[in-house]
Ligand binder design. Structure first.
Ligand SMILES: NC(=O)c1ccc[n+]([C@@H]2O[C@H](COP(=O)([O-])OP(=O)(O)OC[C@H]3O[C@@H](n4cnc5c(N)ncnc54)[C@H](OP(=O)(O)O)[C@@H]3O)[C@@H](O)[C@H]2O)c1
Length: 404
């Protein structure tokens, strides 16, 4: 008997009954089936799609609270879609959300038939529409879509969605990883460079965490728009290689946190900015804590600092003189809130970055692909999640789903 097919004698007759039945049945049987059957496309005779998701029922450390849950998805009807995920990144915010430290909290529900109400982890990703209800108008089978809202739950092989939950993207000429990572990091960099201070070609900005996904996007977009950048990274073995990598992306200067703290650094900045006649009016702060103080020293009077990350997990350290005597302005940015308020603008931003990617004008951030197939074990997925908040990583983790 194929996976997911209910036995004729005991199959429930209502849709929700069948759904719950399939979920329970799958949980009990999936692991015991012969390999050749497990590899088949997982759509049952009743049109139910079989899915796996990394879920959690309480907040905590990912290794303690995440579990791999198998369930079935009923056939798409009306304005509903069935999605097959292609790629979902593991962003630092995803971990904060699982820990209960993120402002957007998921809804814990029984929709997937878990023993306790649960939520699916993950916020960003790209999925393919594999079926749609008869009232769906804006997307069709085979289209690629991103999630419009935060906390959708993207660490899963398949999902049910409303048509209104998703944003169609043009898939030609981009990879799943490129499409799956476009809506958070590059969009954040784009909006912070455009929406706080009207930088003009030739103007300077400074940023820390410059080797992060956001930082790399800011370097490239800044270069494209003619802005010049001073980029701060943490020292490490092989720092010269990292500096070269960022210079090749379009950075004007790359310095370490230690170098920026040296007394002589102010003189260097003066040299770069024609004796200080060119101003540095924008800082992008990924780190927080003490490294923030160093950024303020580079800024010109009246400049803007936009804080978007807190990787040091410490409060901002700001010298009062920066506010009193130099009138620096401190702001924050959260791409989720921006996207909710500006859905059309989000679409334009995503489309523009994907178009640059297509033309070879925007390079991918380094990623570590984590293949997720039907037989991938919970432990392997949790192991991949574990390193997300660790420093000095080779690349961002991205779940890439096998089409089986
Ligand atoms: N506000 C928003 O809308 C928004 C959007 C996107 C991202 N973010 C935030 O931006 C930050 C970076 O995200 P991402 O996705 O770009 O990250 P990412 O690509 O995973 O890179 C992480 C960055 O954080 C640095 N880092 C890690 N641990 C650190 C520590 N203890 N002290 C200082 N730096 C440390 C890393 O530098 P090393 O190589 O030196 O470890 C790297 O530059 C996160 O805090 C994330 O939540 C915010």
């Amino acid at each position: 008997m194929p996976i997911g097919r209910a036995t004729p004698g005991n199959a429930p007759s209502t849709a929700s009954g069948i759904h719950a039945f399939c979920s329970r049945w799958l949980q009990g049987r999936g692991a015991a089936l012969p390999r050749d059957r497990q590899q088949r496309r997982r759509i049952s005779a009743y049109g139910y799609t079989q899915a796996k998701a990394l879920v959690y029922s309480r907040y905590g450390e990912p290794e303690d609270v995440l579990s791999l849950h198998t369930h079935s998805i009923s056939p798409a009807h009306s304005t509903r879609l069935t999605l097959r995920f292609l790629a979902s990144p593991l962003n630092p915010a995803d971990i904060n959300q699982i820990q209960g430290l993120y402002p957007s909290r998921p809804q814990f529900t029984s929709a997937l038939g878990t023993a306790q109400p649960s939520a699916v982890a993950g916020n960003e990703g790209v999925a393919e529409v594999i079926s749609s209800g008869s009232a769906v108008r804006t997307v069709q089978k085979g289209d690629w879509v991103l999630m419009k809202r935060v906390a959708f739950g993207t660490w899963r092989t398949h999902a049910e969605a409303e048509e209104s939950d998703v944003l169609r993207v043009e898939k030609d000429g981009v990879t799943p990883v490129q499409a799956g990572t476009v809506s958070v990091n590059p969009c954040t960099a784009y909006r912070m460079l455009k929406d706080f201070y009207p930088l003009q070609p030739g103007d300077w900005f400074v940023q820390n965490g410059a080797n992060s996904g956001v930082g790399r996007a800011a370097i490239q977009l800044g270069k494209r728009w003619g802005y010049r950048s001073i980029n701060v990274v943490r020292d490490r073995p092989g720092i010269e290689d990292l500096k070269k990598e960022l210079l090749d992306l379009g950075a004007d200067h790359v310095v370490t946190e230690d170098e920026i703290l040296k007394k002589s650094f102010a003189e260097e900045v003066k040299e770069w900015t024609r004796g200080g006649r060119e101003s540095v009016m924008l800082a992008l702060n990924c780190v927080g804590g003490q490294p923030t103080t160093a950024l303020t020293k580079v800024l010109s009077p009246g400049a803007y600092m936009v804080t978007y990350g807190a990787m040091a997990k410490k409060p901002l350290q700001l010298p009062p003189s920066a506010l009193i005597f130099r009138d620096l302005r401190f702001h924050g940015f959260w791409v989720s809130q921006w996207a909710d308020a500006h859905p059309e603008e989000k679409k334009r931003t995503v489309d523009e970055i994907l178009e640059m990617t297509r033309k070879g004008e925007f390079s991918d951030m380094p990623v570590t692909e984590v293949k997720w197939g039907w037989e991938t074990k919970e432990e392997a997925l949790k192991e991949a999640v574990k390193g997300t908040l660790e420093g000095f990583r080779k690349g961002k983790g991205v779940f890439v789903y096998r089409d089986e």
